[in-house]
Design a binder for this molecule. Structure first.
Ligand code: ZN
Length: 153
């Protein structure tokens, strides 16, 4: 078990685009395990590799239904809209309302390198979108809407 240092909002690495993983080797497996350990310790529902300083397209999520590991995740379908509060381990103590799809389908590789599709609604859809944004250097604060603007979602 290894806990990695979380990078915070002002760290420029959070604004960079992550590279695809070519090969799921021992380094990637260790990274995934450390990301899971770090996410559980910090009591987050998701963590993306750039948040621990690694610019690779790796995401872990657990919304309370067990861990999901995604390598090279790609949103292939989205439907509906939903507005809700969101937070981020890289921006501690804050939250904001963000408009996200109500349902998404995400294609990715699992830790064995098998192609998989996960479908998420509500909180899982939100977590999927939030973490995939991290891989593109986007933070939720870029997308926060005013309470008054909810109809714009
Ligand atoms: Zn985040």
């Amino acid at each position: 078990m290894a806990i990695r240092q979380i990078r915070f909002e002002d760290d420029p690495i959070l604004r960079k685009k992550s590279r695809k993983v070519d090969k799921i080797d021992e380094r990637i497996r260790t990274l995934v395990q450390d990301m899971l350990d770090t996410m559980y310790k910090e009591e987050g529902v998701g963590l993306a590799a750039p948040q621990v300083g690694i610019l690779k397209r790796v995401v872990v999520i657990d919304i309370g239904e067990g861990p999901i590991v995604m390598i090279n995740p790609e949103i292939i379908e989205e439907e509906g809209k939903s507005i809700d509060l969101e937070g981020c381990l890289s921006i501690p103590g804050k939250s904001g309302k963000v408009c996200r799809p109500e349902r998404v389908k995400v294609e990715h590789l699992d830790i064995e390198g098998n192609k998989n599709i996960i479908e998420g609604t509500a909180l899982l859809a939100r977590a999927l979108c939030h973490e995939i944004d991290h891989l593109n250097g986007i933070l939720y604060i870029d997308k926060v809407v005013d309470a008054d603007d909810e109809q714009e979602c």
